[in-house]
Design a protein around this ligand. Structure first.
Ligand SMILES: Cc1ncc(COP(=O)(O)O)c(C=O)c1O
Length: 452
């Protein structure tokens, strides 16, 4: 094993590529995690950090959960791999059945994969193949939202709506269309809720009509958008979207990587907003970071188009070596048991209310929180120079990024962007731990404000 000095040596580090990071900057002061327990991380120098963002919105159960670790090690000893081209395995079958049981409505058919990007790719491929087999082969377009993030692979990126992520890899396959997102604080249409009558949702109707309903396969949406700063829609938004999709026979896909598995105060964002999609994508919290696991779960109506005689060749044409891996499935089953048996969903609501209160205190104290928004234990803070006028900070100041960096120096990991930051601690956190995180955040904001 390499010692700490070797691990931090830029000549060694330069062989690595981190997600979305400029490595020349990273090697100057690298953060190298070494171990974790509960809500705590330690880096290779022994420095302590609170995990204010549950890994990256995934480690809902906290680190070092012994039930999940035991499920994984037991499974490793029994069957670590089964070839998905040849057969199923008991853990994967159990997990699919379990997900069908807890998913809302008639979302009863589950395709297991290893990452969120794969799950959204699966969902979009299911839609295209579905319409071909349902007798409407011209329906192929996928509509998504600017600011939406659906993954890093080419199909998922084509649906992604953040320019920084998309543009370097253009061009994309045809048939991907974007509409503005829901963002009541900075409405892309410069309207105000509720007088707007949720125009941003109604706009989908226009786009489908103009594209031609016979060409549109699906609309994909995160119930709460992460990119852009935890964009919570008004209560009417998803019901309107559902109605429009039904009107034009367009399938509705939810990307619940972040909103799923108890994070928003119910098991799924679909339940938080009371609107069920045709396909629900899960990842992240499904295995709480213990194993690469994600899933797309679709309705009976969709599944019917894939169920028939062998000679019809209508099976879903998609696979991965690690799809339905038994070790990952064992992790997923243990995570679901933990969430339900420990009632971590109620806890998400209680802790979320506490975190919201602490953030409210900071909003008063510093006067730079334009909006605090979220659900359950998922909270985002949009920064504003003057919350009364919504005047933003000069972008070049990168206030959110600076707050995030000072938090990290002070021992707290949060999600941060130039004009917003987010907190989503593990659902297993205690009130005292959330308070300790907030104390670091509070001091970090004070420091950044002094420097501005
Ligand atoms: C909403 C959403 N969709 C999809 C993805 C992609 O998941 P993964 O990184 O596991 O491929 C992410 C990852 O951050 C996400 O937040």
């Amino acid at each position: 094993m390499m010692d700490a000095a070797t691990l931090k040596d830029p000549r060694v580090l330069r062989h690595s590529v981190l997600d979305f990071r400029q490595m020349s900057a990273f090697v100057q002061s690298p953060l190298i995690f070494d171990r974790a327990e509960g809500v705590h991380y330690w880096d290779i120098d022994g420095k302590h950090y609170y995990d204010g963002i549950s890994g990256i919105f995934n480690v809902g159960l906290g680190h070092g959960n012994q039930r999940v670790i035991k499920a994984i090690t037991d499974q490793l000893n029994r069957l670590c791999f089964a070839p998905p081209l040849h057969g199923a395995n008991s853990r994967a079958i159990e997990l699919c059945a379990r997900l069908a049981e807890i998913a809302p409505g008639d979302l009863n058919t589950v395709k297991l994969v290893s990452s969120g990007s794969e799950a959204t790719e699966v969902a979009m491929k299911v839609c295209r193949q579905y319409w071909k087999q349902a007798g409407k082969p011209t329906k192929y377009k996928i509509i998504s939202r600017y600011y939406g993030y659906h993954g890093a692979t080419m199909g998922a990126l084509a649906a992604t709506g953040t320019p920084a992520r998309r543009v370097p890899f253009e061009p994309y396959p045809t048939g991907y269309i974007h509409i503005p997102t829901v963002h009541c604080y900075r409405c892309p249409y410069e309207k105000s809720y509720p007088e707007c009558r949720v125009f941003c949702a109604e706009y989908l109707r226009q786009v489908i009509a103009l594209e031609g309903p016979d060409t549109v396969a699906a609309f994909i949406v995160e119930p709460i958008g992460n990119t852009g700063g935890i964009l919570v829609p008004p209560p009417e938004y998803l019901p309107i979207i559902r109605r429009i999709c039904d009107e034009f026979d367009v399938l509705l896909i939810y990307d619940e990587m972040i909103t799923g598995m108890g994070r928003t105060g119910k098991m799924f964002g679909a339940e938080t907003f009371g609107v069920t999609p045709d396909i629900l994508c899960l990842g992240k919290g499904l295995s709480s970071g213990y194993a690469p696991l994600a899933a797309a779960i679709w309705s009976d109506r969709v599944q019917e188009a894939f169920w028939g005689p062998e000679e019809a060749h209508i099976e879903f044409g998609h696979g991965h070596t690690y799809a339905g891996n038994p070790v990952c499935a064992a992790a997923g089953l243990a995570c679901i048991d933990e969430i339900l048996e420990r009632d971590l969903i109620s806890r998400a609501n209680e802790l979320g209310a506490h975190l919201r209160m602490r953030l409210g205190e900071m909003a008063e104290r510093y006067g730079i929180f334009g909006e605090v928004r979220g659900k359950g234990l998922l909270w985002g803070i949009e920064l504003a120079r003057d919350p009364s006028t919504r005047e933003p900070f000069d972008e070049a100041l990168r206030v959110g990024k600076r707050i995030g960096a000072v938090c990290q120096e002070g021992g707290l990991i949060i999600r941060h962007d130039p004009d917003w930051f987010a907190m989503a601690p593990p659902l297993t956190s205690t009130v005292e731990q959330v308070d300790a995180m907030c104390a670091i955040l509070d001091a970090s904001i004070a420091q950044v404000m002094e420097e501005l």
